[in-house]
Design a protein around this ligand. Structure first.
Ligand code: HEM
Length: 200
């Protein structure tokens, strides 16, 4: 077990193995073979939904980590220790953050296409009104990540060299946009979950 948990890659692989074992046990006990299920469109839509939620958890988890943990902690960290965050932790967190945002939007749009709700992005028509609003909120948040937060974080973290004034301006804009995405994450997640559950 120690050999598995000491490696993140092996830990994730072990999670997938546990999932496969669960599927086989449930299939055996309830006599509903997973092989029958995966021939259906409904199962593939479900599978895409699972990939989508995994990506979304990674994205919004890191967004909330920045807003609930990292940013409020910075004033309490002595100046000489700040590079540990700005040079090591933040760049790695931002890597997973922006690619999780990309994976969430890609899986979300594929899912919308599979569910027949992609057209609701233009019409907002029932029965897809909730997901149309949720998708637009998510799309705005994705745009903010890739075109405002990341370019400005590169300046703020010194990945791109700029003057001290520009650096301070970029840090402020990235921080405010990240805060704005935290605001949007509340109605966005409500709309995501509302679609299947009559919440709107
Ligand atoms: C970025 C743009 C996004 C798009 C285009 C998108 C698209 C979708 C679509 C099409 C659905 C299926 C709705 C249905 O049942 O018909 C869905 C469900 C869902 N999405 Fe998103 N989404 C996005 C962002 C996010 C984010 C950031 C999260 C964060 C975790 C998220 C979490 C969920 C959840 C939890 C569900 C409900 C799954 C269920 O009830 O089975 N989505 N999304």
């Amino acid at each position: 077990m120690g050999a598995i948990l000491q490696s993140l890659g092996r830990t994730i692989a072990a999670g997938v193995v546990v999932l496969i074992v669960i599927a086989l046990i449930v299939g055996g006990v309830t006599e509903t073979s997973i092989w029958g299920l995966i021939k259906t469109h409904a199962w593939w839509a479900f599978f895409m939904r699972w990939l989508h939620v995994l990506s979304g958890v990674m994205w919004i988890g890191l967004l909330w980590y920045f807003n609930f943990v990292q940013t409020p902690s910075m004033p309490q960290i002595p100046d000489e220790q700040k590079p540990a965050v700005s040079k090591v932790i933040a760049p790695r967190a931002l890597f997973w953050f922006r690619w999780a945002a990309m994976s969430t939007i890609v899986t979300g749009l594929i899912l919308a296409w599979m569910m027949g709700s992609i057209g609701s992005l233009g019409s907002f028509a029932r029965p897809h009104t909730a997901i149309a609003i949720g998708m637009w909120l998510g799309i705005i948040m994705w745009f903010n990540v890739w075109f405002i937060i990341w370019p400005n974080q590169k300046k703020a973290l010194g990945i791109v060299q700029v003057s001290p004034e520009e650096k301070a301006k970029a840090a402020k804009l990235a921080g405010m946009t990240s805060r704005f995405n935290t605001l949007l994450s509340i109605p966005m997640l409500y709309c995501m979950v509302a679609q299947q559950n009559g919440g709107l």
